[in-house]
Unconditional design. Structure first.
Length: 151
């Protein structure tokens, strides 16, 4: 796969990625993840293999989506774990809600962090996402590893 030139990547990001995140933060959909018992399913799943399969750095559970930053041994492990989280939490949430079918969007933004600057920007984005979306404390769940707060 060939990477886009920098100017085209910036244009793509400005047109699509930024707009995508704005729409998510607008709170469309049922927003079941703001229910404490549903958010707990996701929280517990993200923390379950922390220190074993991956090192969780930070995550935020928003009303209708999740952002996280974690360290994996390689890309294959990252993709496998992301699919595992979506499968497990989706089935548990569907059971709790009395629904069925795919809970999470199939195409997610699962990707590797390439440099320290990107790592810092993502940490900041995760921490600031609820503020930017003007959520009250009861409407989201933010978790940060004590080892990475000053990173």
């Amino acid at each position: 796969m060939q990477e886009l030139p920098v100017d085209e990547m910036v244009e793509y990001h400005d047109r699509f990625t930024t707009r995508w995140h704005e729409e998510l933060d607008a709170g469309h959909g049922e927003c079941v993840l703001q229910r404490p018992e549903i958010a707990r399913i996701v929280h517990d799943s993200l923390r379950h293999f922390d220190g074993d399969r991956y090192e969780m750095i930070s995550f935020v559970i928003m009303p209708n989506h999740v952002h996280l930053l974690a360290c994996f041994p390689d890309k294959a492990a990252m993709l496998e774990q992301c699919e595992s989280w979506k499968h497990y939490t989706g089935s548990q949430i569907n059971r709790r809600l009395g629904t069925h079918g795919r809970f999470w969007q199939q195409d997610a933004f699962d990707h590797l962090v390439r440099h320290e600057g990107q790592h810092r920007r993502l940490l900041d984005y995760i921490a600031q996402n609820p503020v930017k979306a003007r959520l009250r404390l009861s409407e989201h769940a933010l978790w940060e590893s004590s080892h990475h707060r000053s990173a």
